[in-house]
Structures are given as C-alpha cells and as structure tokens.
Design a protein around this ligand. Structure first.
Ligand code: 6PG
Length: 251
C-alpha cells in the first residue's frame, strides 16, 4: 500500500494511528507487541508524537517490546546512536522500562560480537532459547509485529546499503555490514528478518529521496543498487508512507 501525504505532519499522524492499530491487534492476539524501530532523522517526530498526550494513553506500553532494525557502531550515548535518538524521543518521555527495550549492546567494541549478542537476544526473546537456530523455513524464525524503516537517498534501508555484503545474508536475523562509503561497520537486520515481519512501514520524507523512490517503486528490479526494493514481507503488510516532496517524481 502506497500513501502520499501533503506534509510530514499528516504522514506522522497516519503512521501513529497505524502503529496503535497494529499494537492493539498484536496485544489482542499475543498479549504483546514487538516492534523494530528505524533510525536516522525521519522517525524522530513519529516517536515524539507517540509519546505526546495525543497518543501516549492509547497503548499499554508495558506490553510493547522495542528492538532496532539497525544501529551505528557507536556507543549508546553517542549523538549518532539510533538507540539514543529513541531513548530521548520515546523511551524517556514514556518511561519505558529497561526490560522492554532490546538495544544492540554497542558498548562492546567489536561489531561481530555485538551482532552475535543481538542475534542470541532476539532468538531468546522469540523462541525462549539462547542458541542459533539456523532454521531453513521461517516457521520458527522471529516474526516482528511491526518493523519501521526509513530509506536513504541512495535507496538503502536499515543498514542494507547498495552493493554491500549483508544484502547476501539469508540465514541470520542480523549482520555486521561494512559500508565503504561511510568507512564504517554498520549493524543491521537482514532481509530475512525484515521480510518475515507481519507489518512493515516505510517512513519517507524530503526531496532528496524522490530520485531513489522513483527507481524503487517504478523502475526495474535491481535491489543490489536499491536495497529498499527487496523489502517484500512474504506474509505481511507493506506500507509506503511518503511525504509529497519525496513522491514528486512518481507517476
Ligand atoms: C540509519 C537508518 C537508515 C535511515 C536512512 C534515512 O541508521 O540511518 O536506519 O536506514 O532510515 O538513512 O535516514 P533519514 O531518516 O535521516 O533520512
């Protein structure tokens, strides 16, 4: 489903209402709601809106369990940290309990270990076992109720950047991803984790995304070059929430 909004505020309002709707359904079904947050700058205003008087009482936050679809390889209090952004805009205002937040433990100064720890943390949460389950089918693979995603001007999503190694990872939940152009390791969900979600919402705003978005939604299928193109939840709903300037090149 693609929805184009006249402005960013209306996009965030719709996104917050969809977040609440998905949360209610998940809690009704499983008595909990698992969500992987997006990083970067776009989602910050959605998080602030969810923590505002307008929405904060619409969800029982004790039943919400927060994860991160990707993270920078920096400490959790670094200005670049996706966790820090969520902590300031969502967790602190809502007084979310630590046991409801599962962040990448990036204080460990080794990206591979951070990723292994996070993989095990997610398995343990979803399957109750602290072990790798390299399952072939997705029946026992962790399924998030909602995964929020942004998209970069180059068509990357989470930290799945064009022509990077993690695009090929099809067994694990998370991966370390060396991003040459940023000269750094990033930590990211894999397509397998993303596409196993029950719901995926893309939040896309700003003129800088227009070019990539046109290629992704209307161009030929080349996910190596435009990684967001390979986001297709096989058993879930996909929502592209797009602000008008980002949609300006679409037919
Ligand atoms: C990150 C994000 C990344 C982000 C895009 C868009 O860690 O940076 O997960 O995928 O969503 O880069 O970023 P903006 O929202 O800042 O444009």
């Amino acid at each position: 489903m693609i929805k184009i909004f006249p402005n960013f505020d209306e996009l965030n309002l719709f996104a917050a209402e969809k977040f609440v709707e998905i949360a209610h359904k998940a809690v009704e079904k499983d008595r909990r709601f698992t969500v992987a947050l997006a990083g970067g700058s776009t989602p910050k205003s959605l998080y602030q809106l969810l923590a505002s008087d307008k929405f904060k009482n619409q969800i029982d936050w004790t039943k919400v369990f927060f994860f991160f679809g990707d993270e920078r390889n920096v400490s959790p209090d670094d200005a670049e940290s996706n966790y820090r952004m969520a902590q300031e805009s969502l967790f602190a205002p809502l007084k979310i309990a630590d046991e409801n937040i599962f962040r990448w433990k990036t204080e460990v100064k080794n990206a591979e270990i951070i990723a292994v720890n996070y993989e095990l943390t997610i398995w343990k949460f979803f399957e109750g076992k602290e072990e790798f389950i390299v399952s072939t089918d997705d029946s026992d693979f962790p399924r998030f109720d909602l995964i929020l995603l942004g998209m970069g001007a180059d068509g990357h999503t989470a930290s799945l950047f064009p022509f990077t190694q993690a695009l090929e990872e099809n067994k694990k939940i998370v991966a370390v991803n060396w991003v040459e152009k940023l000269n750094t390791n990033r930590l990211t969900f894999t397509y397998r984790a993303i596409n196993n979600a029950s719901n995926i919402i893309f939040l896309i705003s700003g003129e800088s995304k227009a070019e990539a978005l046109k290629k992704i939604l209307e161009g030929e299928y080349q996910p190596e070059k435009y990684p967001a193109q390979a986001v297709k939840p096989h058993g879930g709903n996909l929502f592209w929430l797009i602000e008008r300037r980002a949609a300006q090149l679409l037919n």
